[in-house]
Design a protein around this ligand. Structure first.
Ligand code: PBG
Length: 324
Protein backbone atom coordinates (compact mmCIF):
# COMPACT_ATOMS: atom_id res chain seq x y z
CA UNK A 1 0.00 0.00 0.00
CA UNK A 2 1.13 3.57 -0.68
CA UNK A 3 3.28 5.19 0.69
CA UNK A 4 5.27 2.05 1.70
CA UNK A 5 5.07 0.83 -1.87
CA UNK A 6 6.22 3.08 -4.63
CA UNK A 7 6.37 1.22 -7.92
CA UNK A 8 8.36 4.05 -9.45
CA UNK A 9 11.45 3.16 -7.34
CA UNK A 10 12.54 0.51 -9.82
CA UNK A 11 11.59 2.36 -12.97
CA UNK A 12 14.54 4.60 -13.66
CA UNK A 13 18.27 4.32 -14.13
CA UNK A 14 20.14 1.00 -14.45
CA UNK A 15 17.70 -0.82 -12.19
CA UNK A 16 15.06 -0.46 -14.90
CA UNK A 17 17.21 -2.69 -17.13
CA UNK A 18 17.85 -5.14 -14.30
CA UNK A 19 14.20 -5.83 -13.52
CA UNK A 20 13.21 -6.26 -17.16
CA UNK A 21 11.28 -9.53 -17.47
CA UNK A 22 11.35 -10.11 -21.22
CA UNK A 23 14.13 -9.78 -23.70
CA UNK A 24 14.33 -9.95 -27.43
CA UNK A 25 17.34 -11.53 -29.09
CA UNK A 26 18.35 -12.11 -32.68
CA UNK A 27 18.03 -15.83 -31.88
CA UNK A 28 14.27 -15.35 -31.59
CA UNK A 29 13.90 -14.29 -35.21
CA UNK A 30 12.87 -16.27 -38.29
CA UNK A 31 13.21 -14.44 -41.59
CA UNK A 32 10.43 -15.13 -44.17
CA UNK A 33 11.43 -15.06 -47.82
CA UNK A 34 9.57 -15.24 -51.13
CA UNK A 35 11.58 -17.04 -53.76
CA UNK A 36 10.14 -16.53 -57.21
CA UNK A 37 10.91 -18.64 -60.25
CA UNK A 38 9.25 -16.26 -62.71
CA UNK A 39 11.59 -13.29 -62.25
CA UNK A 40 15.27 -12.70 -62.93
CA UNK A 41 15.78 -9.75 -60.66
CA UNK A 42 14.65 -8.86 -57.16
CA UNK A 43 11.43 -6.86 -56.98
CA UNK A 44 9.71 -5.22 -54.03
CA UNK A 45 6.17 -6.21 -53.00
CA UNK A 46 4.03 -3.05 -53.31
CA UNK A 47 1.99 -3.65 -50.16
CA UNK A 48 5.07 -4.67 -48.11
CA UNK A 49 7.75 -1.99 -48.44
CA UNK A 50 11.19 -3.51 -47.84
CA UNK A 51 10.03 -7.05 -48.64
CA UNK A 52 11.01 -8.54 -51.98
CA UNK A 53 10.39 -11.42 -54.33
CA UNK A 54 13.81 -12.92 -54.95
CA UNK A 55 14.93 -14.99 -57.94
CA UNK A 56 16.30 -18.49 -57.26
CA UNK A 57 19.81 -17.44 -58.31
CA UNK A 58 19.96 -14.62 -55.78
CA UNK A 59 18.44 -16.36 -52.80
CA UNK A 60 21.74 -17.59 -51.37
CA UNK A 61 23.11 -14.03 -51.27
CA UNK A 62 20.03 -12.83 -49.46
CA UNK A 63 20.32 -15.69 -46.97
CA UNK A 64 23.98 -14.83 -46.46
CA UNK A 65 23.05 -11.26 -45.59
CA UNK A 66 20.59 -12.56 -42.97
CA UNK A 67 23.18 -14.98 -41.58
CA UNK A 68 25.72 -12.15 -41.35
CA UNK A 69 23.23 -10.22 -39.23
CA UNK A 70 23.10 -13.23 -36.89
CA UNK A 71 19.61 -14.40 -37.88
CA UNK A 72 19.52 -18.15 -37.20
CA UNK A 73 16.62 -19.25 -39.41
CA UNK A 74 14.57 -18.44 -42.46
CA UNK A 75 11.28 -19.76 -43.85
CA UNK A 76 10.83 -20.10 -47.60
CA UNK A 77 7.72 -19.53 -49.69
CA UNK A 78 7.90 -20.48 -53.35
CA UNK A 79 6.29 -18.84 -56.35
CA UNK A 80 6.44 -21.34 -59.22
CA UNK A 81 6.45 -20.67 -62.97
CA UNK A 82 3.60 -23.10 -63.55
CA UNK A 83 0.46 -23.81 -61.55
CA UNK A 84 -2.10 -26.57 -62.02
CA UNK A 85 -5.13 -27.98 -60.25
CA UNK A 86 -3.13 -30.21 -57.95
CA UNK A 87 -0.19 -27.89 -57.34
CA UNK A 88 2.26 -30.38 -58.79
CA UNK A 89 5.14 -27.89 -58.97
CA UNK A 90 5.24 -28.06 -55.16
CA UNK A 91 7.04 -31.40 -54.98
CA UNK A 92 9.40 -31.80 -57.98
CA UNK A 93 13.12 -32.16 -57.28
CA UNK A 94 13.87 -29.19 -59.55
CA UNK A 95 11.04 -26.95 -58.44
CA UNK A 96 11.46 -23.49 -57.00
CA UNK A 97 11.71 -24.21 -53.27
CA UNK A 98 13.84 -27.32 -53.73
CA UNK A 99 16.36 -25.36 -55.84
CA UNK A 100 16.34 -22.45 -53.43
CA UNK A 101 16.97 -24.72 -50.44
CA UNK A 102 19.90 -26.42 -52.08
CA UNK A 103 21.41 -23.08 -53.14
CA UNK A 104 21.20 -21.76 -49.59
CA UNK A 105 22.56 -24.93 -48.06
CA UNK A 106 25.46 -24.97 -50.51
CA UNK A 107 26.37 -21.41 -49.54
CA UNK A 108 25.73 -21.50 -45.80
CA UNK A 109 25.57 -25.10 -44.60
CA UNK A 110 24.73 -25.20 -40.92
CA UNK A 111 24.99 -21.43 -40.51
CA UNK A 112 21.36 -21.02 -41.57
CA UNK A 113 18.43 -23.18 -40.49
CA UNK A 114 16.19 -23.49 -43.52
CA UNK A 115 12.49 -24.02 -42.87
CA UNK A 116 10.04 -24.57 -45.74
CA UNK A 117 6.37 -23.66 -45.77
CA UNK A 118 4.38 -26.73 -46.85
CA UNK A 119 1.09 -25.76 -48.50
CA UNK A 120 -0.37 -25.99 -51.98
CA UNK A 121 -1.96 -22.54 -52.32
CA UNK A 122 1.02 -20.98 -54.09
CA UNK A 123 1.08 -23.88 -56.56
CA UNK A 124 -2.57 -24.49 -57.43
CA UNK A 125 -4.22 -22.68 -60.34
CA UNK A 126 -7.29 -21.93 -58.18
CA UNK A 127 -5.16 -20.71 -55.24
CA UNK A 128 -6.64 -23.10 -52.69
CA UNK A 129 -4.61 -24.99 -50.10
CA UNK A 130 -5.72 -28.40 -51.32
CA UNK A 131 -7.39 -30.46 -54.00
CA UNK A 132 -10.75 -28.96 -55.00
CA UNK A 133 -13.87 -30.86 -56.06
CA UNK A 134 -14.87 -29.69 -59.54
CA UNK A 135 -18.60 -29.59 -58.94
CA UNK A 136 -18.97 -28.52 -55.34
CA UNK A 137 -15.80 -26.37 -55.11
CA UNK A 138 -15.15 -28.09 -51.79
CA UNK A 139 -11.53 -28.25 -50.61
CA UNK A 140 -10.97 -31.95 -50.11
CA UNK A 141 -9.08 -32.88 -46.97
CA UNK A 142 -8.03 -36.50 -47.38
CA UNK A 143 -6.94 -36.40 -51.05
CA UNK A 144 -4.72 -33.41 -50.16
CA UNK A 145 -2.77 -35.25 -47.46
CA UNK A 146 -0.50 -37.42 -49.67
CA UNK A 147 0.38 -34.34 -51.75
CA UNK A 148 1.47 -32.47 -48.63
CA UNK A 149 3.50 -35.49 -47.49
CA UNK A 150 5.20 -35.70 -50.89
CA UNK A 151 6.01 -31.99 -50.78
CA UNK A 152 7.50 -32.19 -47.29
CA UNK A 153 9.70 -35.16 -48.26
CA UNK A 154 10.93 -33.35 -51.38
CA UNK A 155 11.90 -30.33 -49.25
CA UNK A 156 13.80 -32.55 -46.84
CA UNK A 157 15.56 -34.26 -49.76
CA UNK A 158 16.66 -30.87 -51.04
CA UNK A 159 18.23 -30.17 -47.64
CA UNK A 160 15.54 -28.37 -45.63
CA UNK A 161 16.21 -28.49 -41.89
CA UNK A 162 12.56 -28.22 -40.85
CA UNK A 163 9.14 -28.27 -42.52
CA UNK A 164 6.23 -26.04 -41.61
CA UNK A 165 2.84 -27.28 -42.84
CA UNK A 166 0.45 -24.33 -43.08
CA UNK A 167 -2.53 -25.74 -44.95
CA UNK A 168 -4.76 -26.54 -41.92
CA UNK A 169 -5.81 -29.92 -43.31
CA UNK A 170 -6.85 -32.38 -40.59
CA UNK A 171 -4.30 -35.14 -40.10
CA UNK A 172 -1.54 -33.39 -42.05
CA UNK A 173 1.02 -33.57 -39.25
CA UNK A 174 0.71 -37.32 -38.86
CA UNK A 175 0.98 -38.11 -42.59
CA UNK A 176 3.96 -35.78 -42.94
CA UNK A 177 5.66 -37.31 -39.88
CA UNK A 178 5.21 -40.84 -41.23
CA UNK A 179 6.39 -39.89 -44.71
CA UNK A 180 9.50 -38.16 -43.36
CA UNK A 181 10.28 -41.15 -41.13
CA UNK A 182 9.78 -43.66 -43.94
CA UNK A 183 12.15 -41.72 -46.17
CA UNK A 184 14.99 -41.50 -43.69
CA UNK A 185 14.19 -38.04 -42.32
CA UNK A 186 13.22 -38.92 -38.78
CA UNK A 187 15.51 -36.14 -37.52
CA UNK A 188 13.68 -33.39 -39.41
CA UNK A 189 11.35 -31.50 -37.06
CA UNK A 190 7.87 -30.25 -37.91
CA UNK A 191 6.74 -26.74 -37.03
CA UNK A 192 2.98 -26.88 -37.27
CA UNK A 193 0.84 -23.86 -38.03
CA UNK A 194 -1.40 -25.22 -35.29
CA UNK A 195 -3.65 -22.25 -34.56
CA UNK A 196 -3.94 -20.56 -37.91
CA UNK A 197 -6.86 -18.20 -38.10
CA UNK A 198 -8.87 -17.25 -41.15
CA UNK A 199 -7.53 -13.73 -41.06
CA UNK A 200 -7.79 -10.61 -43.17
CA UNK A 201 -4.27 -9.76 -42.04
CA UNK A 202 -2.89 -12.10 -44.75
CA UNK A 203 -3.87 -9.73 -47.58
CA UNK A 204 -0.40 -8.43 -48.50
CA UNK A 205 1.06 -11.97 -48.37
CA UNK A 206 -1.36 -13.10 -51.03
CA UNK A 207 -0.10 -10.28 -53.28
CA UNK A 208 3.48 -11.23 -52.53
CA UNK A 209 2.97 -14.95 -53.08
CA UNK A 210 0.37 -14.61 -55.85
CA UNK A 211 -1.77 -17.00 -53.83
CA UNK A 212 -5.20 -15.39 -53.75
CA UNK A 213 -8.16 -17.70 -54.36
CA UNK A 214 -10.11 -17.30 -57.59
CA UNK A 215 -13.34 -18.43 -55.87
CA UNK A 216 -14.40 -18.96 -52.26
CA UNK A 217 -12.15 -18.34 -49.28
CA UNK A 218 -10.18 -20.22 -46.63
CA UNK A 219 -12.83 -20.25 -43.95
CA UNK A 220 -13.62 -23.96 -44.35
CA UNK A 221 -10.21 -24.94 -42.97
CA UNK A 222 -8.67 -21.95 -41.19
CA UNK A 223 -9.95 -21.11 -37.70
CA UNK A 224 -12.68 -18.71 -36.69
CA UNK A 225 -11.12 -15.60 -35.07
CA UNK A 226 -13.80 -15.81 -32.39
CA UNK A 227 -12.47 -19.10 -31.02
CA UNK A 228 -9.89 -19.75 -28.35
CA UNK A 229 -10.72 -23.15 -26.78
CA UNK A 230 -10.60 -24.58 -30.28
CA UNK A 231 -6.95 -23.50 -30.55
CA UNK A 232 -6.15 -25.68 -27.53
CA UNK A 233 -7.76 -28.69 -29.18
CA UNK A 234 -6.05 -28.02 -32.54
CA UNK A 235 -2.65 -27.70 -30.88
CA UNK A 236 -3.13 -30.81 -28.74
CA UNK A 237 -3.98 -32.87 -31.82
CA UNK A 238 -0.94 -31.53 -33.68
CA UNK A 239 1.34 -32.32 -30.74
CA UNK A 240 -0.10 -35.84 -30.55
CA UNK A 241 0.43 -36.27 -34.29
CA UNK A 242 4.09 -35.33 -33.91
CA UNK A 243 4.49 -31.56 -34.12
CA UNK A 244 7.75 -30.44 -32.49
CA UNK A 245 6.91 -26.75 -32.51
CA UNK A 246 3.43 -25.21 -32.58
CA UNK A 247 2.61 -21.87 -34.13
CA UNK A 248 0.01 -19.18 -33.65
CA UNK A 249 -0.82 -17.00 -36.61
CA UNK A 250 -1.36 -14.01 -36.84
CA UNK A 251 0.49 -12.78 -33.77
CA UNK A 252 -0.51 -9.33 -32.48
CA UNK A 253 -4.31 -9.74 -32.62
CA UNK A 254 -3.90 -13.21 -31.06
CA UNK A 255 -1.54 -12.63 -28.11
CA UNK A 256 -4.09 -14.30 -25.84
CA UNK A 257 -3.87 -17.47 -27.92
CA UNK A 258 -0.05 -17.46 -27.77
CA UNK A 259 -0.29 -17.12 -24.02
CA UNK A 260 -2.88 -19.86 -23.63
CA UNK A 261 -1.01 -22.36 -25.78
CA UNK A 262 2.32 -21.72 -24.09
CA UNK A 263 0.78 -22.02 -20.64
CA UNK A 264 -1.19 -25.13 -21.52
CA UNK A 265 1.44 -27.17 -23.38
CA UNK A 266 4.88 -25.79 -22.46
CA UNK A 267 6.25 -26.80 -25.85
CA UNK A 268 8.31 -24.59 -28.16
CA UNK A 269 5.88 -22.05 -29.54
CA UNK A 270 6.29 -19.82 -32.56
CA UNK A 271 4.26 -16.78 -33.55
CA UNK A 272 3.83 -15.45 -37.07
CA UNK A 273 3.84 -11.65 -37.21
CA UNK A 274 2.04 -11.65 -40.56
CA UNK A 275 2.06 -9.47 -43.64
CA UNK A 276 -0.86 -7.23 -42.61
CA UNK A 277 0.69 -6.52 -39.22
CA UNK A 278 3.89 -5.51 -41.02
CA UNK A 279 2.11 -3.43 -43.66
CA UNK A 280 0.14 -1.43 -41.08
CA UNK A 281 3.27 -0.39 -39.22
CA UNK A 282 5.07 0.46 -42.46
CA UNK A 283 2.15 2.52 -43.74
CA UNK A 284 1.66 4.49 -40.54
CA UNK A 285 5.41 5.10 -40.23
CA UNK A 286 5.53 6.22 -43.83
CA UNK A 287 2.93 8.85 -43.00
CA UNK A 288 4.99 9.97 -40.04
CA UNK A 289 2.26 8.94 -37.61
CA UNK A 290 4.32 6.47 -35.56
CA UNK A 291 8.00 5.80 -34.92
CA UNK A 292 8.65 2.68 -37.00
CA UNK A 293 11.65 1.32 -35.10
CA UNK A 294 10.09 1.79 -31.68
CA UNK A 295 6.77 0.30 -32.72
CA UNK A 296 8.53 -2.65 -34.35
CA UNK A 297 10.52 -3.34 -31.19
CA UNK A 298 7.50 -2.97 -28.89
CA UNK A 299 5.41 -5.26 -31.09
CA UNK A 300 7.99 -8.04 -31.23
CA UNK A 301 8.72 -7.74 -27.52
CA UNK A 302 4.99 -8.04 -26.78
CA UNK A 303 4.81 -11.24 -28.80
CA UNK A 304 7.64 -12.69 -26.71
CA UNK A 305 6.09 -11.47 -23.48
CA UNK A 306 2.88 -13.28 -24.42
CA UNK A 307 4.88 -16.52 -24.51
CA UNK A 308 6.35 -17.01 -27.96
CA UNK A 309 9.81 -18.57 -28.11
CA UNK A 310 10.40 -17.49 -31.70
CA UNK A 311 8.85 -15.04 -34.14
CA UNK A 312 8.49 -15.22 -37.89
CA UNK A 313 8.62 -11.58 -38.92
CA UNK A 314 9.23 -9.49 -42.04
CA UNK A 315 11.06 -7.13 -39.67
CA UNK A 316 13.73 -9.81 -39.02
CA UNK A 317 16.58 -8.03 -40.77
CA UNK A 318 15.63 -4.57 -39.42
CA UNK A 319 15.26 -5.96 -35.91
CA UNK A 320 18.58 -7.80 -36.15
CA UNK A 321 20.28 -4.58 -37.26
CA UNK A 322 18.73 -2.69 -34.36
CA UNK A 323 19.85 -5.34 -31.85
CA UNK A 324 23.44 -5.33 -33.13
C1 PBG B 1 -0.17 -20.39 -46.81
C2 PBG B 1 0.31 -19.23 -46.01
C3 PBG B 1 -0.28 -17.97 -45.89
C4 PBG B 1 0.56 -17.22 -45.07
C5 PBG B 1 1.63 -18.02 -44.72
N1 PBG B 1 1.44 -19.29 -45.29
C6 PBG B 1 -1.45 -17.38 -46.56
C7 PBG B 1 -2.80 -17.89 -46.37
O1 PBG B 1 -3.11 -18.71 -45.52
O2 PBG B 1 -3.62 -17.41 -47.16
C8 PBG B 1 0.32 -15.78 -44.68
C9 PBG B 1 1.48 -15.10 -44.08
C10 PBG B 1 1.38 -13.62 -44.01
O3 PBG B 1 0.31 -13.01 -44.16
O4 PBG B 1 2.43 -13.03 -43.79
N2 PBG B 1 0.85 -20.94 -47.60
Amino acid sequence: MFPEHRMRRLRSGRIRDMVRETSLSVNDLIYPVFVNETIDKTCEVASMPGVCNIPVDEIADDAKEAADLGIPAMILFGIPSTKDEHGSSAWGDDDVVQRAVSNIKEELGRDMLVITDVCLCEYTSHGHCGVVDHDTHEILNDPTLPLLAKTAVSHAKAGADMVAPSGMMDGMISVIRSALDENGFSDIPIMSYAAKYSSSFYGPFRDAACSGCCFGDRSTHQMDPANSDEAILEASLDIEEGADIIMVKPALPYLDIIHRLKTEFRVPTAAYNVSGEYAMIKAAANKGWIDEKKVMYESLLSIKRAGADMIITYFAKDMARMLK
